[in-house]
Design a protein around this ligand. Structure first.
Ligand code: MEV
Length: 302
């Protein structure tokens, strides 16, 4: 059986979500798939994802190995002699939730291998344990989306509250510049003294409310305006780069309603919302800048 974990985009609220503010986020229709197959001759637990050039043993000194062991411990499955063979339809280290997608798929695959039901509570706990190792103080938004799909508002205290929305077309531009989420989360902690009272974090949280209401009202220009402002604040907090700024600017100049970095920043991906007849212009500008973007349709009761 093949287990799935979905990638995600954050439309509004990244970083502020770590401090308890809401984030508006959506699962992508792609992510990571994992099948657990017995390792020949009873060899040790390992993971093999050719699409990411990733092949590690659970005992290796590698972040993915440590995450894998954390998942096994949380699930209480021991160290089964299996190879977790995977495929990935999203790049890693790109702000698209690859580590959470991997953790969810691995947890589901291990439970399926042991013929245990994929209890959402257990999968959530296991994937969060993995994310805590990978990213330090992760909010849990990536795991929630990787499991549930759809679109919704996530808060650390209440989890994901899905809401029905018209399908939303989002242009996604993976910049190709890798970064680590934990370093960006630390950067924001330094800039804000890790205080939820910081007015920039507060404004990011407010923009999530504005953007979610705009999305429900199908007011894409208002959603775009909130995204533009969020990018400005995130840049002020030090998590944008010249490349991300210029990809966002290129999208706006090409007629997008709005554009911003998505996820932790410092590299990773940008997203844009554009009128349908401007989408190709945005993608072409990104292509000219060396970035192959794609259109993701999110929400829509998925
Ligand atoms: C990562 O996708 C988004 C951050 O807000 C971190 C988190 O919420 O875990 C930067």
């Amino acid at each position: 059986m093949t287990a799935v974990g979905l990638g995600k985009i954050i439309l509004l609220g990244e970083h502020a979500v770590v401090y308890g503010y809401p984030a508006l986020a959506a699962a992508l229709d792609r992510g990571v798939t994992i099948a657990a197959v017995p390792t020949p001759a009873g060899g040790s637990l390992r993971i093999d994802i050719p699409a990411w050039d990733l092949r590690v043993l659970a005992t290796d000194d590698h972040p993915v190995s440590r995450a894998l062991l954390a998942i096994c411990d949380e699930l209480g499955v021991g160290r089964p002699a299996v190879t977790l063979v995977g495929d990935a339809q999203i790049p890693h280290s790109a702000g698209l939730g690859s580590s959470a997608a991997l953790a969810v798929a691995v947890a589901r695959a291990l439970l399926a291998y042991q013929k245990r039901p994929a209890s959402p509570k257990e999968v959530l706990a296991a994937a969060n344990a993995s994310e805590a190792l990978m990213h330090g103080r992760a909010s849990g938004v990536d795991v929630a989306l990787a499991m549930a799909g759809g679109i919704g508002v996530f808060r650390k205290t209440t989890g994901l509250q899905p809401f029905p929305s018209v399908p939303l077309r989002v242009l996604v531009g993976p910049s190709g510049a890798a970064r680590t989420t934990s370093a960006m989360v630390d950067k924001v902690a330094d800039a804000t003294h890790a205080s939820a009272d910081d007015k920039r974090l507060r404004e990011l949280g407010g923009l999530t409310d504005i953007g979610a209401a705009a999305l429900v009202a199908k007011d894409l220009p208002a959603l775009g305006a909130a995204m533009n402002r969020a990018h400005e604040i995130l840049a002020g907090l030090g998590v944008s780069t010249e490349q991300l700024d210029s990809l966002c600017e290129a999208a706006r100049v090409s007629g997008a309603h709005g554009a911003k970095l998505t996820g932790a920043g410092g590299g990773g991906a940008v997203i844009a919302i554009a009128p349908r007849d401007r989408e190709q212009a945005v993608l072409t500008e990104w292509k000219n800048a060396g970035v192959t973007g794609f259109v993701a349709t999110v929400g829509g009761g998925a």
